[in-house]
Design a binder for this molecule. Structure first.
Ligand SMILES: [Zn+2]
Length: 340
């Protein structure tokens, strides 16, 4: 009887501790590619994109370093937003350095006139053909079967959610002033984009989804509602981040995975810095194009010119809606209280 009570109490304590543990997100510096590692309180891990190939395994090493710092010895899920070299190119090196459970992607590569992309895709197919991994193809609107993480697919293979997310669907006043652009024909527009919800917090990562696809997602009605943390699309390049998206979702924090000379366009920096409700723009790198005028302030940049050792940014998020962002260059941590 006593032992039974003790077991119940221990289970309750463990449950309470799990509730208090943060969702951890590591924005790994892969020099203008993407590699974003989510670690749920349960320990389940999801890596979004794998960075570049080559460079003596630099990006795989940086991802593994982040995984080890989170106490992981494997990656449960690796999601590829699309097959461009700065996202999918790092797969062969990564699987040589850390075990992977399941790969998730948007299906076939459809960019058949681009040699580097075709090579990356072929290399990835060879990795899958080894038969060591589960493989899932994601569809817009579905929840990914990742235990302990609430991940909804927003876009995949050029298609998007047909219905607004719960609580969204309001008319979007920012469509009128947002320029209409031609359809993107590359893998960018086929990006597998997701929203991760943790308690009261929403994190949006649309990969390199392009301006035209933002419009179909966000106009005439805003199908996403408000977002707390925006992983800036396409490394902050001007081909994404229309006002129709950025202004309407009103992120408190935007985190840009740019390189010094890749992404971080002036037009995008301007849009982000003027976005309603934005408290902080964080950047993985100082953008050479942005210069002194348009980059965010230095404490919010992980890598300054000439000092590139691959510093990352680390987000810890609690289910209450409170979160912190740490700049590993300085060690400083900024806290964001729950939304009032
Ligand atoms: Zn990219």
């Amino acid at each position: 009887m006593l032992l039974g009570c003790l077991a119940v109490m221990l289970a309750l304590v463990a449950e309470a501790q799990a509730r208090q543990a943060p969702l951890r997100v590591f924005f790994v510096d892969v020099e203008g590619g993407q590699a974003t590692l989510f670690v749920a309180p349960s320990g389940t891990s999801l890596l979004i994109d794998t960075g570049w190939p080559g460079n003596q395994g630099r990006d795989a090493d940086r991802i593994v370093r982040a995984a080890h710092s989170a106490g992981l010895d494997k990656l449960d899920f690796v999601l590829l937003t699309h097959y461009h070299v700065d996202h999918a190119g790092g797969i062969p090196q990564l699987v040589g350095k850390i075990p992977v459970g399941t790969f998730i992607d948007h299906g076939l590569n459809r960019e058949l006139d681009h040699g580097i992309t075709e090579k990356d895709y072929a290399d990835y197919q060879q990795v899958l053909a080894a038969g060591k991994y589960r493989h899932l193809v994601a569809q817009p609107g579905e929840k990914l079967p990742i235990p302990g993480l609430d991940v909804t697919v927003i876009s995949a293979d050029g298609r998007e959610i047909a219905q607004p997310l719960a609580g969204a669907g309001q008319a979007n006043p920012y469509c009128a002033a947002s320029e209409v652009r031609a359809d993107d024909q590359t893998e960018n527009g086929r990006s597998l984009g997701v929203e991760v919800v943790f308690g009261g917090l929403k994190i949006l990562d649309l990969g390199d989804l392009t301006w035209d696809k933002e419009r179909t997602l966000m106009c005439p009605v805003n199908k996403l509602g408000r977002v707390d943390i925006l992983v800036v699309s396409h490394h902050g390049w001007y081909q994404s981040s229309s006002p129709a998206l950025v202004d309407a979702i009103q992120p408190r924090v935007a985190i840009m995975d740019n390189g010094e000379s890749k992404g971080g366009s002036v037009a995008t920096l301007k849009t982000l810095r003027a976005a309603p409700g934005l408290e902080t723009l964080w950047q993985l790198h100082f953008s050479a194009e942005g210069g002194a005028a348009w980059n965010t302030d230095e404490p919010h940049i992980a890598n300054l010119p000439g000092t590139d050792v691959g510093n990352d940014l680390e987000l810890d998020a609690w289910a209450t809606g409170r979160f912190t962002v740490k700049n590993s260059r300085t060690g400083s941590v900024q806290t964001y209280a729950e939304r009032p």
